[in-house]
Design a protein around this ligand. Structure first.
Ligand code: BDR
Ligand code: CA
Length: 316
């Protein structure tokens, strides 16, 4: 099987850390060409530092490029209430032994995509600022992008506000550019990410584990459970991991192609992703593939299995 080339565009961020870990556990299927960072869950300096520390923790010299410090137009808002002061809850990863590969994620993305052997899938799991800038600045990359596997939006509802998901709400103008770009999109919105995740019991099993990776994941999720949860604080959705899981196990998802429009107005509907969920309306494959159902038991089983696989791979 040919490996899929991917670049993860992220704002680590607790669930971003788990998404990147999941990708590293699946390097037999995914060729990770790099990680680009964007301000979102925390400042650009903090999320970039977390990305560098994480790749070092795994002893993987994956290229890390620092991206946008703020949204295209809006004021920057960080999600300290969910991801803590450092962006990783109370967990301290050791300092990174690797340094930043590039301080310009947009040219890094362009060069990496253009020079890649074959097409590249981008996995945007933070605000879409870098991806919008990439498309507008270097439109020549568009034909070499195989897919955007995006964590963002929702068919209904929100988390940052009653009708907007954080990543889209943070930079709605960028999200609109991306959703209107005609690049193939798979959207993992809150409607899918809230269907699956880990509960208190799973998290305490990870915390009690001897493995360095499962322990780290347990620690950051223990913090996360207080800030981003459903079912009254007993269940943590691992949003960003869904966009990676789709690439390695698409068979556990059901989807429909739909029109997705981003509301860029100010006020209550800012960042709402208006998805056409009407049963009787059909869209062809050029429209975003919106994930609608996941086998949640299978998702959880796979996620835990891959975390334990990482423990074995990086036994210390
Ligand atoms: C998204 O917002 C961030 O806080 C998470 O990392 C995820 O990407 C969920 O709405
Ligand atoms: Ca994120």
């Amino acid at each position: 099987m040919n490996k899929r080339n991917i670049i993860i565009d992220c704002d680590p961020g607790i669930d971003d850390v788990i998404a990147i870990s999941l990708a590293i556990a699946n390097e037999d299927k995914l060729n990770i060409l790099g990680i680009s960072t964007v301000a979102g869950n925390q400042s650009i300096e903090k999320v970039t530092n977390n990305a560098l520390k994480l790749v070092s923790f795994f002893d993987k010299n994956i290229k890390v490029a620092q991206g946008s410090k703020c949204p295209l137009i809006r004021e920057k808002t960080v999600a300290k209430y969910v991801h803590g002061d450092t962006g990783m809850g109370n967990y301290e990863l050791p300092p990174s032994k690797f340094s930043l590969y590039s301080n310009n994620a947009i040219t890094f993305l362009r060069d990496t995509i253009i020079n890649a052997d074959g097409k590249v899938t981008l996995v945007p799991i933070g605000p879409l600022t870098n991806i919008a800038l990439l498309i507008k600045t270097f439109p020549e990359v568009v034909d070499k992008i195989e897919l955007l596997s995006i964590m963002g939006g929702a068919t209904i509802g929100g988390n940052r506000t009653s009708c907007a998901e954080f990543n889209v709400w943070a930079d709605p103008e960028a999200a609109r550019i991306v959703f209107d770009s005609n690049i193939p999109i798979v959207m993992s919105g809150l409607n899918i990410t809230h269907q699956t995740g880990l509960d208190k019991n799973d998290i305490s099993n990870l915390l009690n584990s001897q493995g360095a990776v499962s322990h780290m994941v347990g620690e950051i999720l223990d913090f996360y459970l207080k800030g981003d949860h459903v079912n009254g604080g007993t269940f943590a959705p691992i949003h960003d991991a869904c966009s990676i899981m789709y690439l390695i196990h698409p068979e556990i998802y059901e989807y429909k192609h739909m029109e997705v429009k981003v509301d860029c107005s100010e006020g209550l509907s800012r960042g709402n992703t208006v998805t056409d969920v009407r049963d009787w309306v059909t869209y062809d494959e050029s429209y975003p593939k919106v994930l609608l159902q996941v086998n949640s038991e299978k998702f959880k089983e796979l996620l835990i299995e891959y975390i334990y696989k990482l423990d074995r791979m990086f036994e210390r």
